[in-house]
Design a protein around this ligand. Sequence first.
Ligand code: NMX
Ligand code: MLT
Length: 427
Amino acid sequence: MSKILKEKLSLQIPGLREEAKSIIKANGNMTIDQVIIDQLFGGMRGIKGLVCDTSSVGLDTGLIIRGIPILELTEKLPEEIFYLLLTGELPDKKALKDIQNDLSSRGDVPSYVWDILNAMPEDSHPMVMFSTAILAMEKDSEFRKAYDKGSAKDKLWEPMYEDCMNIIARVPQIAAFIYRKKFKKGDMIAPDKNLDWAANFAKMLGVKDDDGTFAKLMQLYMVLHSDHEGGNASAFTNLVISSTLSDAYYAFSGALNALAGPLHGLANQECLKFIVKMREEIGHSPTDEEVRAYCKNLLDTGRVVAGYGHPVLRITDPRFTAFLDFGKKTMPEDEIYTMVKQIFEIVPKLLVEQGKAKDPWPNVDAISGAMLYHYGVKEYEFYTVFFGVSRILGFSAQVILARAMSAPIIRPKSVTTEWIKSQINKK
Ligand code: NMX
Ligand code: MLT
């Protein structure tokens, strides 16, 4: 089978390498940023310290994939986004079909993965199951085989590409299996090779979808979460792990563990949990005043409002806006969706009044759970797995390009507090 995407990359990579070489040669000493002490103690926030070409996140624009704002990509398929992340171009029909055929030819999940998942404790979190399933497949890594055979460094992007395509092909079935097993939804549903990647995932989850809008939601969900530049916690973890020449199985499993934290991807679970709890505690659809009092109490007692704030953004996340629009068309009267809109009207003002959060606006996690809840996916512990399935597209594009560029091991310099004090004393 021809592999148009891989061939395109083979043609592009020499030019990318030349470009990086000439930038470094002519301008390698140019200063592009300064680091202040605040940033050392503050999670390296805002320090420009990485190159990532798949996408960028502007504080006042949100996600831009290869120059195209995310709101202009909401009708695309995740496979098209993957091609765009990697090559900077959207595929034509033939190239799209080619990726889809390639993915369906790789979709078979080894049976030991089911055995491992079946053997895990019933109360394992779905993210633990997901990350474990990916790590377990490491033994089949083409990258590791190529490395062990002594492959030249500049050829390693090719087995990395093979591993990534295998993982992308398999994760919908693995995630659907976890959902159905963990939440006792019945037997696994076989994949349908005639469906696109997201529609197939929707089908294997077994969610009731009479009018096809859940499949449409899965398509949108997978597009919106696909990438968010290279510095977010999971993408950075992915890049660090793969920079050691660990393969994609190790890197994605580790990156998913970073995504599983409540300040990052788990915020989607936390946000839905908070909305449902508020609804339960208030006992009826809350009034604006009740929402305000409830959220103010959260802030006054030192808790965060999940889904609000962002390390980079200083506007409403356009991914939130995309889901808001989807909800307007598909679930305008839904109670949880209505509460999401109410919270959007109220929480930014409260966060501004509190004066701590640098970004008072909603991020994608403030609404993604409400979309799933509407379709009966009420098991919010599973929500971060949806995020992870999608983000594997971005993780893949980032590590393939990092290997194509022979990116070195990532190893920033840390300093001690004593050293900082000595610098201050020198002033
Ligand atoms: N509710 C209450 N307090 C907040 C919030 C919020 N939503 N956002 C920020 N703050 C506080 C933050 O805890 C910090 O307090 P303190 O000085 O006491 O430590 C202060 O405001 C300054 O934080 P920022 O510099 O604005 O935020 P930072 O860049 O450190 O962190 C988040 C960004 C996203 C971790 C933070 O806004 C947050 O915890 N939000 C809620 C969790 C969330 O929605 N995470 C999802 C992120 C997106 N994703 O998809 O991964
Ligand atoms: C993401 O999608 O990764 C989140 O918005 C977090 C981030 O960009 O830091």
